[in-house]
Design a binder for this molecule. Sequence first.
Ligand code: PEP
Ligand code: MG
Length: 574
Amino acid sequence: MSFTLQGISVSSGIAIGHAHLLSHTSLEVAHYMLPKQFIGGEIARFDAALLATRTEFASLRSNRPTYAAAEFDAFLELHQMILDDPLLSVAPRDMIAKEHCNAEWALKTQTKTLVAQFNEFEDDYLRERQTDVTQVAERLLKKLLGQPGHQPHPARHDVETILVAQDLSPADLIQFKPHQYAAFVTDAGGATSHTAIVARSLSTPCVVGLHHARELIREDDVLILDGEQGVLIVNPDKAILAEYKLRQSAWELERKKLKRLRTARANTLDGSIVELHANIEKPEDVAEVKENGATGIGLFRSEFLFLNREELPDEEEQFEAYRAVAEGMDGQPVTIRTFDLGADKQIKGAERVSNNPALGLRAIRYCLAEPQLFRAQLRALLRATHYGNIKILIPMLSSVSELNQTLEFIAATMQSLDGEGIPYNREVKLGGMVEIPAAALSIEVFAKKLDFLSIGTNDLIQYTLAIDRTDEEVAHLYDPLHPAVLHLLSHVISAANKLGVPVSVCGEMAGELSYTRLLLGLGLRQFSMYSAQVPSVKQRVLTTNLPELAALTQKILRADDPLKIRELLGRLNA
Ligand code: PEP
Ligand code: MG
């Protein structure tokens, strides 16, 4: 049966392929019965997974990061205790023996029982430990699934494969890179979630917020994903399939043509220079930055170095990563953001439970609370400044006291490098991200203490409109054109321009073609976006005459009706 689902477009392009359904959580496991003669083997398989998980805990303990020793030990101890709880370590064995079911099913059933027990606790702390139970069970389950015969279904290479999942974390997506899926589809998620951002940086078409795709689509169904419109067509008829094949070729041809602009300067028709930089997540992304003609890196999300790994990167590994990017960019600016950990980007095995993760210990708050982690990063960053044009960017500043503390950290790190005779660029530029309305409203105070500013519209919109950017239920309310957002943007850009402090936008708005002229009209001259979008934005800049933007931009700022704002924007882009 053919049907169409509408979601939120997050990464454009057209993909045609076969569905592969991803079993997202450990609780989605197969249930099957085993003949009697296989029961012993199944119990041995469970025991082997148990042993492998114990060994993993032991190795985590011996390699624990020094900056979080006490915390990490406590967390490991708790997880080890949970693993050794008879409900997880013994009951599944008994269930396999008695019911002849597979080990995964036995584990799932016993995990549910244990979670239910934790749910009964009056004490909030104990009740919250059910998350730890699930994490331990997932770790054990992964070991089980890793046994021969249970490898996750990789992308097929004979046909294009489209991954369909309930939800994917940014870490999941990074892991899938080598599988080269043709597209990603998820039921959860919003347009500026970090999952969406990674999909864009992989140049892989992606639609999120589909709500029921995982339920309605079957393995191997033929799918057409229109990343531009956010549409997913399931089992299309021949005519639709042929139409989309044509559209796909046209889209690819257009991208090829745009790439010819690679070496052109991004000047407006009236001769103003606009800088188009790229956002990256990994050192390997530098090649794509150059391929697309970006003239610098406006945002290196350094926290991605932490995702998907058991052993965390130490100072040396970070230094090598930052140096590689700086050298790879041959003297062009490389803006490295200090870790924006927390919320949807958690260190594996050290996840923090928080009622409101986006409002919790995230970004600079997290770093200031983890001095050893922060110091190691600052040392690595400063050392790398000797090898290229590195700038340091601080995320999620909300108060000047946070900035002052950060400046003290940097001064102390410089002092210790001086003491060791290690070279670094003493004049390194320090910038701050404007992501919280409080920072935008008091921008002058920050601007006076910083060398540059970068507006993170993804979070600025999230915090201004009180809309969780990862929550598909409120994704329709996420509105970059909300008058409050536009006023904050205008305020920050004009204040920075007046003070002569360089300002850029590095949130997803910067790569959204329909906002290019609006941002130029607000006075922005520096944009940073996912690499693949640089050629399209460049083309828009090349066809823009700045003096023609002023009147309409002012009208947009004065308008309060959403429809009127959209109509005016249409005229600006005509
Ligand atoms: C932003 O918030 O706009 C931003 C660029 O940072 P991130 O998307 O990584 O939160
Ligand atoms: Mg942000």
